[in-house]
Design a protein. Sequence first.
Length: 309
Amino acid sequence: MKEIKVFAPATVANVVCGFDVLGFAVNEPGDEVVMRLVEKPGVRLLKITGDEGRLPLDSNKNTVSASVQHYLQHLNRPDIGVEIELHKKMPIGSGLGSSSASTVAGLFAINQLMGNLLSAKELVPFAMKGEELACGYGHADNVAPALMGGFVLVRSYNPLDLVVLPTPNNLFAAIVYPEVDVPTKDARQMIRSKVLLKDAVTQWGNVAGLVAGLCLDDVELMGRSMQDVLVEPVRSILIPGFEQLRELAMENGALGFGISGSGPSVFALTKDAAAAKRVTKAQQQHLNKLNINSKAFVSAVNAEGPKVL
């Protein structure tokens, strides 16, 4: 096989209380990469569409090509020639793992072309290099679920220890992206470096409860656990009408509600697609009243990860 086209999914990172340690993949949106092997050695990014000119074509600076370079260096294959086209099918800076989806699509593609030499879990450190390039910090709560599918817990970063968690049946995500600018780097800088012990205890209980809810197929426990006393109170001030959006989510059948990644996207988990659609409809109507454009996505949890198109 000399050429391949790959889709990689968007992700919801943190899942409210699991800052940098929890995330899950969704079916839409996502990004696509076309990759081909060529005779001339080196990694070249030929074209990017859908980014409005915001992303670098320099192979050393773009997350897709840079992570492919790391992969080939790991294999000690400087003789391999790769040409890449990146097609952005999701909003940049949305809090839905835009850089992650691109990076994962590229890594999945090159791994397929090289004969699946590494497992999805083994690709995660290379994807983290892409995240480091994108936002200055190589976290895994986006790239791990994008590569492995479903809910993923990052138990440890040093050494990297990833756990794929079970997903309750018929769990849906209602995602709304208000078209306002919340850069990931700026959002990270707002987070407190020290927290009170009582707040840490509350957060630990919520993270444990959310993981237990997933493992026990107890969606009500999941909903009770989707509370963040550390990060959300600070980041939510960047999202217009955040508390009203929460109220609308809960009034329309959400189990829990919070910020996706660093925002501005927000998400709710629901028991079925109908409730998810009610939530997004109500929230978009509210944002319209605030003169804020938005995009909405209703999706089951994506258990598959990236796929060949």
